[in-house]
Design a protein around this ligand. Structure first.
Ligand SMILES: [Zn+2]
Length: 493
């Protein structure tokens, strides 16, 4: 999982040499925009600490993308909130325009739609691809091909995908391809995101519609590997999906199953052409893991996202004077900080290595237990987290687990609406979330929220035009600068 083929100094050297030979600015032919949903500096630094970046006298980046030479910072606020959501932040990153939380590529009043940087690239003759580890109708992928009043209009969003004519979609599936009437309120609790709806009426199945529009839809690993260069209009859905039609968390993925990096490699293979391409890749479950304050799962998601970036870096090394790679986030999630009042300044982040499954898997396990008692629960927490086995528990820890067990007994967990229970458990399974929080505590990790924060985010970049992405600016500047670089002039106003 570790080793870099590249390091910061090597990449810097390449960048310096290239900028030295570049006279006037040329357009990048191949543009990658990587968005770590919910990923701020905390998520990056925790992951690097876990990987050992700070173990030597001179800290070295342990992630490929943090080693990219050009550094910037962006603000992320939306027009309705200081703290954005992925819809407004995605709209900013795709169109260069601010909007209200919840909107997909429409203005705050929902009276006008915006053009995405992917559609702009497509109109310039480039190919366009959208890849996400969560469902392809979720807010971040959606902002590159759809316009909608609400991010929750999953069916209406997905029906715009075949209209885009984009060349490659890959990763998760779709939340509501049948167009069922959804009678459930969507929440930020991403561990149980199944759409429960009734009656599609005469609405057309979105996947059938995509096929009518000339798309090839594949859902198996064999079909995935059989996709060959030159095929366009492909929707590649990961064979395994967890809750919310998302790809499984990296921590839960058995060896040999497809990862986000496989979708990036396949996207490059299918889309490489003389006119170039624009590819957006989202690591969507960094956000979900951080909503759940699940530190170990977050670390594995960031590593997985980094492996996806590495595919683009390998491509960059073959086409260094034609490729631009930008890696950023849409907002930070969880208020993740390294250091808490339980562990003070102890270096204990590797405690997280004892965790073997995401909160989602642990919740499902807890729900499968019929009237679990304390000893059964402790057996499970030993198995999934190493709690009480590899990691000693104190009396207060045990008390909290007992209290959580009491809270979950007889109460349907999803309907925990009592305010102080929400503070304690965030709407998650009380036992599972308590164990996850104890893990964070013991690993020296702190969280301030079950939701997003407003802290500015780093932007890492390399390649043709990357000098435009240094400094401190706004998230809306990213697509504006990409559009300028590829020569697209009808920029959103
Ligand atoms: Zn979120």
């Amino acid at each position: 999982m570790k080793k870099l083929f590249l390091n910061f100094f090597y990449l810097t050297l390449i960048a310096v040499l290239l900028s030295g030979c570049a006279g006037e600015e040329k357009s990048p032919k191949f543009v990658f925009l990587f968005i770590g949903d919910g990923m701020g500096l905390g998520q990056q630094q925790l992951t690097e600490s876990y990987l050992g970046a700070y173990d030597s006298e001179y800290p070295m980046p342990e992630l490929n993308f943090t080693g990219l030479p050009q550094k910037g910072f962006i603000t992320t606020y939306s027009s309705s909130h200081k703290i954005t959501d992925s819809a407004a932040a995605g709209t900013a990153l795709s169109s260069g325009q601010k909007t209200s939380n919840g909107r997909i590529m429409k203005n705050s009043e929902a009276t006008a739609g915006f053009t995405s940087v992917a559609a702009a690239a497509k109109s310039m003759g480039m190919q366009a691809g959208v890849i996400s580890s969560v469902s392809l109708d979720h807010a971040t992928p959606a902002v590159f091909y759809a316009n909608a009043d609400s991010r929750n209009a999953y069916y209406e969003i997905s029906m715009q995908l075949p209209e885009s004519g984009f060349d490659f979609f890959g990763g998760g599936g779709f939340r509501n391809p049948e167009g069922l009437q959804v009678n459930q309120k969507y929440s930020e609790n991403y561990t149980r995101q199944d759409t429960r709806g009734v009656d599609a009426g005469d609405r057309k199945n979105m996947l059938l519609y995509a096929k009518e529009k000339g798309y090839t839809v594949i859902t198996t690993a064999d079909e995935f590997h059989a996709l060959k260069k030159g095929m366009d209009k492909v929707i590649a859905i990961n064979p395994q999906l967890q809750s919310g039609a998302a790809m499984p968390y990296a921590i839960d993925r058995p060896d040999g199953e497809l990862a986000l990096a496989d979708f990036v490699r396949k996207g490059i293979e299918l889309m490489e052409n003389d006119n170039g391409f624009f590819m957006m890749v989202e690591g969507g479950k960094i956000d979900w893991a951080c909503h759940a304050n699940d530190a170990a799962t977050t670390v594995h998601e960031v590593i997985d996202f980094d492996q996806a970036v590495k595919e683009a870096i390998d491509f960059y090394l073959l086409h260094p004077d034609e490729t631009l790679i930008i890696v950023t986030g849409d907002h930070e999630t969880g208020g993740l900080a390294m250091g808490n009042t339980v562990t003070y300044s102890q270096d204990v982040f590797r405690v997280l290595s004892h965790q073997k499954a995401s909160l989602e898997v642990v919740e499902n396990y807890m729900e499968s237990l019929d009237h679990p008692d304390f000893s059964l629960v402790m057996e499970a927490l030993g198995k999934f987290y190493g709690l009480g086995t590899d990691i000693p528990l104190n009396g207060f820890d045990s008390l909290r687990i007992r209290y959580a067990l009491h809270s979950s007994a007889g109460i349907p967990v999803r309907q925990n609406k009592i305010p102080d229970e929400f503070l304690d458990y965030g709407g998650y399974d009380p036992v599972a979330i308590t164990a996850t929080r104890i893990m964070s505590e013991k690993a020296g990790v702190a969280w301030t929220s079950w939701s997003h924060t407003s802290i500015p985010l780093p932007v890492h970049s390399i390649g043709m035009g990357s000098e435009r992405f240094g400094g401190f600016y706004d998230n809306t500047d990213i697509p504006k600068r990409i559009m300028e670089l590829i020569g697209y002039t009808a920029i959103n106003k």
